[in-house]
Design a binder for this molecule. Sequence first.
Ligand code: URA
Length: 425
Amino acid sequence: MRTVDLIEKKRDGGELSTEEISYLINGYVSGKIPDYQIAALAMAIYYQGMSIGEIHDLTTDMVASGEQYDLSEISGVKVDKHSTGGVGDKVTIILMPLVASFGVPVAKMSGRGLGHTGGTIDKLESIKGYQVERSKEEFIQQVKDIGISLIGQSEHLVKADKLLYALRDVTATVDSIPLIASSVMSKKIAAGADKILLDVTVGQGAFMKNMSDAEKLSETMVALGHEVNRETIAVITDMSQPLGKAIGNRLEITEAIQIMQGKGREDITDFICELAEILLDLAQVEASQEEIRQHLVGGKALAKFEELIQAQGGDLTDLYRHSSAPVVTDIYAHKTGYIKELPAMAFGKFAMQLGAGRATKSDSLNYETGIVFEKKVGDSVAQGDLIAKVYSQEILSEKMLTEFEKNVIIDSECKETTEILKIIR
Ligand code: URA
């Protein structure tokens, strides 16, 4: 087999065989096929797509490219959750302790943020002492001991995805349905949970810009899960505006705590309760919305979160510390009306410029900076009302202030918003 022939085949719309896909993935992981050929292949896939058979083969080879976790020594139905990426997305930090507070074992690996999107692991690392690295044995033991562990992606899991994702990131091939589906599902399958909840974000701040693509991606990933007997549900959620109030690592931890203290916005509190109901149902635990809400706002989820932080070396005093960013700038409404748009992509990039996110993989983060919105899409505002607080290291330039203000769109009509747009089983 010659790699160039396979690139040509895909470029011209052909279907790669099981053997051809194995040759490409094994060759890439072993270093026999160079980056530039796989980059060309990724672009060919981006334009030509893949059949469900090809995506299945690609996912299978990616799973086999690294270590696989066997969680069978943990009793109970193990659940996992994955988001395809968002701005202000602190769902995992709240949802996983919440379901663990019902006795559902949570063994979860999360990723770091890149570009305008944030990552759970960076947010947890803003808590002094929190260790995101654990050996496989320690990871499993902690789930047995306290019912939850939240760590960074193991170096040894799905080696093909590590290489491929970094390559896709610099070759404009991230937002491809076959490549996202195989990337997400290979990690979920290799991580060993029995049931999987996928949060497929859609909208201006997500990889999937429209509902039809989000549905296609969801259906593909659900099918991949079912093929390997992992019940999988995809929830398509809105990412046209940032999720919740805060963007930025420390600020999102603070918002997560506020939600777990019953002091969060109603919309994100309801959203977490709805996701918890789906996840608990997958884990075969019966709980009403009232019981779930009680666990969330009544202290049980927070107690489990504190247990998690302590077990992973985090400092509980630091957990309750507010952002120490030296400059806080208030942004006020320039007119009266309703917030019509707060574009997630623009504010994700704005937070990245403040140091809350990384433009490239090697950038270091400022955990303290970011944005807290006091108003969200659909909220009414009077001229001069506080819209947001910007936490920065330095005084904001006129250019930054103008950029922020131009992205707060106020209109005379009230816009309805919903977090969950569709559920695909
Ligand atoms: N999240 C992933 O894990 N992989 C992708 O390709 C995109 C989002």
